[in-house]
Ligand binder design. Structure first.
Ligand code: NAI
Length: 457
């Protein structure tokens, strides 16, 4: 009898298994594939490895501005793919090693719930075994969704799963959905010279992002020659000898491949949650947000399958900590969903935390907003990347409610704002600290100073 049986070895599941070590709990981690989940095998890590190759290519292409002369650079797609695979393999092997060192028993097979404290594992050869545990953490993750007419066929209509394995660079691509995945692929593919058409039903890139930040990203995409079709739906595609015809409005584009990036759906329908009377809503599981426990005692859910929380690896890590802490100690280690950093790894990067201006207003706050561009920021000028901006949303006479950053290193810089939002800091307290000069982060310092009613530059 284990203390915990974890179903699913992605960020939610493997983090649960690893964290249990802090309390000396015994864990069985049931995974049908290799450990790592979407993030490590088919998501964050391989995507960012490719994006990094795109950044390097872009840097070399613009090197002459910095006095560095190169011969005409070429992007070797297979080499970038090989590097991406190496990065993934290194991390998967490292993770397997750490799980072993921590005494986690990893069981290969498909886990489904047989009853309270009981999981049936179906192995690749069809045999089954039973795992008994005092608690079960469900962490089965998500899979790409699609839209009518765009069922992925692995070749001409694909999801990010297949796109991360493309053997050659697609010359003409239509991306359906300008959310996080759509924008990251659009940015990368345009950087390496593909013709990109990006379709989004809403009227801005990354709907939900501060409109000012989305505008800065749009400007950067326009410079990269991404063809943006915002506020339009696409009709059913037609596969012809010349490629896939994607109709929209009165027009159409013909491309080699369509990447569907319209969100992800939870994978909970085949794990027999009925056996423990845990209901789902469109596949999502509701939990007590303080403990991650479902409506059934001893059954927890973490990661992409949790109702109403962002589908992000770092959220899954934090939810795993909350679930395991509750199992081990009965205490709460609730995730602060108000201060989750979000990063879109486009070039330039986009990041935000806390409430946007419109969310804050919708939540009943009287707000003021302060912005600072990067045009006059010394380090941004040095790096040749002055298109960025910082925006801070402040409650009138009160705390910092949210912030967004676009620009080089935004995904790193957002963390100082994360603390300010998380600690409900006042602008005047935050503005009392100084930023090193010259750094891009000075743009944040300037915005905080303005938020405190003063300004310097
Ligand atoms: P998403 O929800 O971010 O974006 C999907 C987009 O598709 C939305 O903007 C939506 O309006 C649009 N859309 C839906 N139907 C459409 C249609 N018929 N035509 C045109 N547009 C349509 O989902 P995405 O990008 O697929 O990402 C899935 C999940 O993975 C997200 O929850 C995201 O947070 C996570 N993720 C996070 C990353 C990061 O943190 N950097 C990277 C990649 C994924």
């Amino acid at each position: 009898m284990y203390d915990i049986a974890v179903i699913g070895g992605g960020p939610g599941g493997y983090a649960s298994a690893l964290y249990a070590h802090n309390f000396g709990l015994s864990v069985a981690l049931i995974e049908k594939d290799r450990v790592g989940g979407t993030c490590l095998l088919r998501g964050c890590i391989p995507a960012k490895a490719l994006i990094e190759s795109g950044h390097v290519f872009h840097t070399v292409q613009t090197a002459s501005e910095f006095g560095v002369t190169t011969s005409d650079p070429t992007f070797e797609w297979p080499v970038a793919m090989e590097r991406k695979t190496k990065v993934v393999e290194g991390l998967v092997n490292g993770l397997s090693g750490v799980l072993k060192t921590r005494g986690v028993e990893t069981i290969n097979g498909f886990g489904s719930i047989a009853g309270p404290g009981k999981v049936t594992v179906t192995h690749d050869d069809g045999s089954t075994s039973e795992v008994e545990a005092r608690n079960i953490i469900v962490a089965t993750g998500s899979a790409p969704s699609s839209i009518p007419g765009y069922d992925p066929n692995g070749e001409t209509i694909v999801t990010s799963d297949e796109a991360l394995e493309w053997e050659t660079k697609p010359e003409r691509v239509a991306i359906i959905g300008a959310g996080v995945i759509g924008c990251e692929f659009a940015s990368f593919l345009a950087d390496v010279g593909s013709e990109v058409h990006l379709f989004e039903v809403q009227d801005q890139l990354v709907p939900g992002l501060e409109p000012e930040a989305a505008k800065v990203l749009s400007r950067a995409f326009r410079r990269k020659k991404v063809n943006m079709h915002l506020g339009v739906g696409v009709g059913a595609p037609e596969i012809t000898d010349d490629g896939v015809v994607v109709p929209f409005g009165d027009d159409s584009v013909t491309v080699d491949v369509v990447l569907v990036a319209v969100g992800r759906k939870p994978m909970t329908d085949t794990i027999n949650l009925d056996a423990v009377d845990v209901p789902t809503d469109r596949g999502y599981i509701s939990v007590d947000r303080a403990t991650m426990q479902t409506s059934a005692d001893g059954i927890y859910a973490v990661g992409d399958i949790v109702a109403g929380t962002p589908q992000l690896a770092h959220v899954a890590f934090a939810e795993a900590i909350a679930a395991v802490t509750h199992i081990a100690t009965g205490e709460n280690a609730a995730v602060d969903y108000n201060a989750i950093p979000m990063v879109v790894y486009t070039n330039p990067e986009v990041a935000w935390v806390g409430r946007t201006e419109s969310q804050a207003v919708a939540d009943g706050y009287e707000v003021e907003v302060h912005e600072h561009g990067m045009r006059g920021v010394g380090r941004a000028i040095i790096q040749g990347e002055t298109g960025g901006t910082v925006k801070v949303v402040v409650e009138q006479g009160g705390q910092i409610l949210g912030a967004s950053v676009v620009g080089p290193g935004a995904g790193e810089m957002i963390h100082e704002l994360m603390y300010l939002v998380g600690f409900e800091a006042l602008p005047e307290d935050a503005a009392a600290f100084i930023h090193a000069h010259p750094t891009i982060s000075e743009a944040i310092g300037e915005t905080l100073l303005t938020s405190a009613g003063r300004s310097l530059h």
